[in-house]
Design a protein around this ligand. Structure first.
Ligand code: GLY
Ligand code: MN
Length: 439
């Protein structure tokens, strides 16, 4: 099985238009407003992957770009000026050097412009200079001078600025040129994060494909797990399935953890041997069409759980089933102000009844989307269109025992639909799956 993703750029234009409509209504006294958002930059150690909110609004997987659109409806994309050199070095779809009008039309912009003077190189770093950003700065200055009552909208998200580290730094560069901008800048991260929470059909389809690919990878992992294997051998099988089936990359570093490592939540060293009697936590997710899956299973190295492992496993599974059954619109993933409706608080309560809540070392789940730990305001209740994980786990370092079970869910009117439903989950089915490998 293999999947191929096709990008429909009109979706991204529609999102920009929704933002324009929203901001116009919320700021009706303004003469005009500009949305200015900087993309990420590339690093030669990694294949470039766009910052997720920039991608959400453009569909453009190019480094060093700047998105500018105005409340009067005009929409522009600025790209670095490589002096015609980049095309010989990279396989990017975005080639500004020929047929600029055609590219603008395809991407849904009024115009695509060079940021400034040519850098005569295939790469463009984030050092901000007047020359490199000349055209962009000229247009920003025009906007500021031509309207008295204007505002600029961007992502500041200062509380959580890991997410927009590059964007915020680039915006600070802009403020160095025009210090007064600070007084008229508004953060639209909450607005875009709210839009990103509720998935359209196309997004659900991408996540479902990422889930299917991840299921195939789990099946392959289950079949290769055996005493004597090294954690990274399991990783190799998982990630080769991703590549074979059309996923561009893992949505996060694959967690393949055995023995005591099962109790390290984001373990990524992967250099330990699988030993009889131990477990292996396999927490993996493919990224397909820019969207993430995130599914965890815990396997016994020998293919058979011990009695103690089964006992703990069944508590984790019961906790997941319980949370799935109460996950309905109107509940919250994690909201300390509404503990009676908060899945995280109710999961802890459930585990307290078994006297094991002290071994539950993380939250019950997170939103899933363009990012594995996707954006979204936890104080806004779950609603149809949300996609999220339910992932209880118990971690007992003294026993080298860590067990996590994680599945991906779509919220609909009636409750949570499990997208990863066809992956074996209870102890008997996991043992059966692993037995099939050796026969
Ligand atoms: N799959 C890793 C995590 O949810 O943190
Ligand atoms: Mn997760």
């Amino acid at each position: 099985m293999s999947f191929t993703s096709v990008v429909d750029f009109s979706l991204f234009k529609t999102r920009r238009e929704q933002i324009i409509d929203f901001l116009k209504k919320a700021n009706s006294s303004l003469d005009n407003g500009a949305v200015i958002i900087f993309s990420d930059f590339e690093d030669e150690r990694f294949v470039f992957r766009q910052e997720s909110s920039f991608y959400y609004l453009t569909g453009v997987n190019e480094p060093g770009a700047v998105l500018v659109f105005f409340l009067d409806g005009r929409q522009y994309l600025y790209l670095p000026n490589y002096g015609g050199i980049r095309g010989r070095w990279t396989s990017s779809d975005i080639k500004i050097d020929n047929n600029v009008e055609g590219l603008a039309k395809k991407l849904g912009f009024d115009e695509i412009k060079y940021l400034g003077a040519s850098v005569n190189s295939f790469s463009f770093n984030s050092i901000f200079s007047k020359e490199k950003y000349f055209n962009f700065l000229f247009d920003v200055e025009n906007f500021l001078n031509n309207h008295e009552n204007r505002e600029v909208f961007t992502f500041l998200d200062l509380e959580n600025n890991q997410r927009y580290f590059t964007q915020i730094n680039m915006y600070k560069n802009l403020m160095d040129f025009y210090p007064d901008i600070a007084n008229i800048t508004r953060d639209i991260a909450p607005l875009v994060h709210h839009m990103r929470r509720f998935k359209s059909e196309v997004e659900i389809d991408s996540i479902y494909k990422a889930v299917q690919i991840t299921n195939i990878a789990h099946d392959a992992a289950a079949k290769v797990i055996a005493p004597g294997r090294i954690e990274h051998e399991v990783q190799a099988i998982v990630e080769s399935v991703f590549t074979q089936t059309g996923a561009l990359r893992p949505a996060f570093p694959s967690i393949i953890a055995t023995g005591k490592n099962t109790t390290v939540l984001h373990y990524t060293k992967r250099d330990q041997e699988l030993k009889p009697g131990d477990l292996v936590v396999v927490d993996i997710g493919a990224e397909y069409g820019y969207y993430a899956a995130d599914i965890t299973r815990t396997y016994p190295v020998t293919g058979e759980f011990t009695e103690r492992q089964r006992e703990v496993y069944n508590i984790v599974l019961a906790a997941q089933n319980y949370v799935e059954s109460i996950a309905k619109p109107g509940m919250f993933l994690n909201n300390k102000n509404e503990p009676e409706k908060s899945l995280n608080h109710l999961a802890i309560k459930f585990l307290e009844d078994y006297n094991v809540s002290k071994y539950f070392a993380h939250g019950i789940g997170h939103f899933l989307g363009l990012d594995v730990h996707d954006v979204g305001d936890n104080t806004y209740p779950l609603a149809p269109g949300d996609i999220f994980t339910i992932e209880p786990g118990l971690y007992i370092p003294d026993e080298n025992l860590g067990i996590r079970i994680e599945d991906d869910f779509l919220m609909v009117e009636d409750g949570a639909v499990c997208l990863s439903f066809d992956l074996p989950k209870n102890c008997d089915d996991i043992e059966k799956l692993m037995k099939n490998s050796s026969s």
